[in-house]
Design a protein around this ligand. Structure first.
Ligand code: GN1
Ligand code: MG
Length: 367
């Protein structure tokens, strides 16, 4: 089916002018549906069915979350069309379209006049991002409807070790021997990571509605630089808020690229860390618990470690998960993320201090 024809399966206002590729996600294929005249534009996505094995349930989750956020925005007197994502249903009122090739498609409204940043270049921007994720978590904190766990074990390191052990045992493309050093990076920290996850499993650290892909380019800002809303809700799940915070810190604080070939570029920027933490805690201090605060800084290491593991595991597995630009792309990503992890490890005491001081200050202001 042609893209235009696919787009026409959704409740599009106006006349479709063109459908063009947009962005470079690692997982889905994204297009923009442009309409003629003043009609709104839309985003069309082919969801990656190898990764999202239950797209209908994923879309139901997204619908629950966006409906809930819209209520919050309306109650606060905000603009429900700009401060929340809007899923566009199909002409027969479904949240997804299944084409004749068995591919799953979904659409949402395109929010115009926005800015998306690829990197958190300034502390001001990082702080705004912290407000964005913090606000998102606060908005969904009282969402009672259960979400389907469409990605079992997504940020669960016990689950990741299970996958890891299987891939290493198989070594399907014979790459394991050449990455012995990298494998050791993972093994050396296995116990420490499991010790943390144990606290999530025993309920010491709460399970809440979370976003699970909090890179800065998943936040839309308006032209003034204020946060409008969080997008890319494919991975909304019940997990710990620490994963969202940690993943944001993994992406925001990196002075280099996620796949930087020059490791000298890569380190953790403490000013960005501090600014994001301030923005984030300003929104969440009302509900975040002490055990969560105690592990906030640790979560940056946790998620970065998990990302090292996931990239390396995909490399050993023969590049089946992430889209790659070359045979060594996943290995380059592994090394760059490991450099970031090391930088976090070096600065960990200061990171802890920043979290503690910021939280203490906000609590005094609130008291
Ligand atoms: C994937 O495709 P994208 O950029 O939204 C991945 C994240 C990783 C990220 C690494 C469903 O996200 O978990 O952290 O790549 N999403 C999924 O850049 O696996
Ligand atoms: Mg994503």
């Amino acid at each position: 089916m042609e893209l235009k024809q696919l787009a026409a399966q959704f409740q599009i206002e106006g006349t479709i002018a063109e459908v063009k590729p947009l962005g470079e996600g690692f997982i889905n294929d994204t297009f923009i549906i442009k309409t003629e005249g003043d009609s709104p534009n839309y985003i069309l996505q082919r969801k990656n069915k190898n990764i999202f094995t239950d797209v209908p349930a994923m879309m139901e989750n997204i619908q629950k979350v966006t409906t809930h956020i819209k209520k919050k925005v309306a109650a606060a007197g905000g603009d429900v069309m700009r401060e929340a994502m809007t899923v566009t249903p199909t002409i027969d009122n479904k949240l997804h379209f299944l084409d004749e090739e068995g591919e799953f498609w979904a659409a949402c409204m395109f929010i115009d006049e926005t800015i998306a940043y690829q990197t958190a270049e300034t502390p001001e921007l990082a702080k705004a991002g912290g407000h964005g994720i913090g606000k998102f978590q606060a908005q969904v904190a009282d969402l009672k409807e259960p979400l389907t766990d469409i990605l079992p074990g997504f940020h669960n390191i016990r689950f990741r070790f299970k996958q890891w052990d299987e891939v290493l045992a198989k070594d399907p493309v014979g790459r394991k021997a050449e990455v012995a050093e990298e494998v050791k990076w993972i093994e050396d920290r296995r116990a420490e990571m499991l010790e943390f996850w144990q606290l999530v499993e025993d309920g010491t650290i709460a399970t809440r509605v979370t976003h699970n892909d909090t890179k800065i380019n998943n936040i839309l800002f308006d032209k003034k630089g204020d946060v409008l809303c969080v997008i890319d809700l494919d991975t909304v799940l019940n997990s710990t808020v620490l994963n969202d915070y940690g993943d944001a810190m993994r992406s925001y604080t990196n002075t280099g690229l996620e796949d930087d070939e020059n490791l000298d570029n890569v380190s953790m920027d403490l000013d960005i860390f501090k600014a994001y933490t301030e923005g984030y805690l300003e929104e969440t201090i009302g509900f975040i618990t002490q055990p969560e605060l105690d592990y906030l800084a640790f979560s940056a290491k946790y998620i970065t470690y998990e990302q090292v593991l996931r990239f390396l595991m995909d490399y050993i597995d023969g590049d089946n998960y992430y889209k790659v630009k070359s045979d060594t792309h996943n290995l380059v990503r592994t090394r760059a993320q490991y450099k970031l992890l090391q930088s976090m490890e070096e600065q960990f005491e200061t990171m802890q201090k920043v979290v503690n001081e910021t939280a203490a200050q906000l609590k005094t202001t609130l008291a």
